[in-house]
Ligand binder design. Structure first.
Ligand code: SF4
Length: 151
């Protein structure tokens, strides 16, 4: 088992760097292997997220799952999954739908488990450890939804 960080959806760059640094400190403290893709593909992400024929979250899931699936294939893993399955704020059904499609297209299994019952445990651990906690989902659009109440 191995963790994989690939998040071109996190904006702006300082938020991206802060979340990555938090994760790296955490995995080091629990001795968990993590591969990091540091590419900050802001422009590529925005082009995909602004496609008219699907929601930005669908594009976002697709970009990240496809990359994770491909890395898992290269490394001979049986399956890939996503930490998004723990969040009650994510579109759980859409995650499953997109991940299953990517799994079919890339030829690798998607490991599904509903991790949402463990959400509160994760929150408690992060608070005990005084870890940085993300104030919005990730993309610049979600940052706007969180803070801009003017339109
Ligand atoms: S709201 Fe979250 S899941 Fe949706 S596009 Fe933005 S970062 Fe991705």
């Amino acid at each position: 088992m191995q963790g994989y960080f690939f998040n071109p959806n996190i904006h702006p760059y300082r938020e991206f760097a802060h979340r990555l640094e938090t994760l790296q400190e955490y995995v080091k403290s629990i001795d968990f292997p993590l591969e990091v893709d540091r590419r900050y593909l802001l422009e590529d992400f925005l082009l995909e997220a602004l496609q008219k024929d699907r929601s930005r979250c669908e594009s976002c899931y697709e970009i990240r799952f496809r990359q994770a699936a491909r890395v898992a294939m290269v490394k001979n893993f049986d399956s890939f999954t996503t930490t998004l399955l723990v969040s009650p704020h994510q579109k759980h059904k859409l995650i499953i739908e997109v991940a299953k499609r990517i799994a079919r297209e890339e030829g690798i299994e998607f490991f599904y488990m509903d991790f949402r019952p463990y959400w509160q445990t994760g929150v408690s651990i992060s608070r005990e450890r005084l870890m940085y906690r993300q104030p919005y989902c990730g993309c610049i659009f979600s940052e706007k939804e969180r803070y801009c109440k003017e339109n």
